[in-house]
Design a binder for this molecule. Sequence first.
Ligand SMILES: [Zn+2]
Ligand SMILES: [Zn+2]
Length: 236
Amino acid sequence: MKLTIVNSGSIGNCYVLHGAKTNIIIELGVTKNKVLQAIGAKEFKKIDFALVTHEHLDHIKYFNQFKLPIYTSAGTNQVIKRGKNLEENVYKRIGEWAILPFATVHDCRQGFGYLIGNAIQGKSLVFATDTNKMTRLFQGVQYYAVEANYDKYIIETNEGLTPNRKKRIIDNHMEIGSLANWLLKCDLKSIKKIILIHESKANSDPATSKNVIESLVNRPCINTANKMSEVQIIDL
Ligand SMILES: [Zn+2]
Ligand SMILES: [Zn+2]
């Protein structure tokens, strides 16, 4: 497997997970053109379907540009309307992929994170973004792409935020310390890489976040702090 970070953060989210024969696009918060530029026409043609976590515009804004089946929750589908429903904690096999949706904690209709397994390669990725906390633990998963939105020590001193805005972030997004605490409860032995996504430029320092996770969890950690012009490709 390989993960292309087309873009990550509150400006727009889009990731492509490359499998043995097919690809999944996760989140449709950037234009089709941007995805084509990032991965090229050949990899684009291999995209089998889209997975979407929730209906906020940084995750679905351009969904109409993508003529692909979109799998998501029934709640998110109230907005997208043409998607296919997945059920919380119910495994779904789609081609070479095995998908297990789990609940996130966010101010949306019905947010999902996904455990995504590849039936050909025997590898798996936990993908979770826009959530106050993780709602379950995982065993035997090698790769994690998880939200590391803010650092409580930075957000506390950010005077550019109104009290309401600060509360909204704290209630709905993941703090780097809670991510570390959760990872420490998972099966650390199997973790090969941790990818920090949806990082806030104003409320976190990606270098510090990476150091916090690496020092506590002792596994390689990669930042994806919002770089609109840079595409990151991560081998899984
Ligand atoms: Zn978001
Ligand atoms: Zn959101």
